[in-house]
Design a protein around this ligand. Structure first.
Ligand SMILES: [Zn+2]
Length: 217
């Protein structure tokens, strides 16, 4: 939850001191929520507390509502998750999973073109049912561009060793298909590329795939 919301939430919990003990509770109410350093420190203390207390056999409670997990370091989180449905076709990256232990539903995007991450979004029971029964998926991961942005926000910065033989050209073409006229500097930012290189790759994508990229901005 956003910091401001958390601060008011913390003050409104009647049993919170009893649950976390006097010392941690003191930290919680005396932290200056405007100081990033103090907030980081408190986060560390709360995390250590939560991990010591958490004896649940699944990891769902530790995954944020919107989270990014590196492929290859995802076994713990996915151990109890069961694939329920793939969206397929245009949305080849999207699936819905359910935790076999706590029943939590997750929409999962597999972003394997650029950053090699899984993006996870917690689903309410209602959202989960709507995906299964009506094929109505939440739109957060609809565009590949959104996945790249989520990856960037989470600090992912992949560099390809051989950009010309990598998947970059296809990703550029896909991004331009999703949003015709997308600017070359925006592509460079999304794909963590230097502008001249991105320009070059975008030209190839335009020539080969007939997509529309704005080089003039
Ligand atoms: Zn679970």
């Amino acid at each position: 939850m956003p910091l401001k919301e958390f601060e008011s939430w913390a003050y409104e919990q009647p049993r919170i001191e009893e649950v976390m003990g006097e010392d941690l509770y003191y930290e919680l109410i005396s932290t200056s929520y405007r100081s990033p350093t103090e907030v980081e420190r408190l986060k560390g203390l709360l995390q250590a507390f939560a991990e010591a207390e958490d004896d649940s056999p699944c990891r769902c409670v530790r995954v944020a509502n919107l989270d990014v997990i590196d492929m290859g370091h995802h076994e713990e989180e996915f151990r109890t998750l069961e694939l329920v449905q793939d969206r397929g076709d245009t949305y080849w990256w999207l699936s819905v999973y359910r935790c076999q232990v706590c029943g939590q539903g997750w929409m999962v995007a597999s972003e394997e073109r650029q950053n090699d991450v899984f993006c996870l979004r917690r689903l309410s029971d209602q959202e989960f049912d709507r995906v299964l029964n009506e094929g109505a998926w939440p739109t957060d991961f609809d565009r590949y561009e959104d996945l790249l942005r989520i990856g960037l926000t989470a600090g992912k910065r992949v560099r390809f060793v051989e950009p010309y033989t990598s998947s970059l050209r296809w990703t550029i073409a896909d991004l331009a298909r999703e949003r015709p006229g997308i600017g070359v500097s925006e592509l460079a930012q999304l794909l963590n590329l230097d502008c001249p290189l991105c320009r070059d790759l975008a030209r190839l994508a335009v020539e080969e795939e007939g997509v529309d990229v704005d080089f003039e901005e």
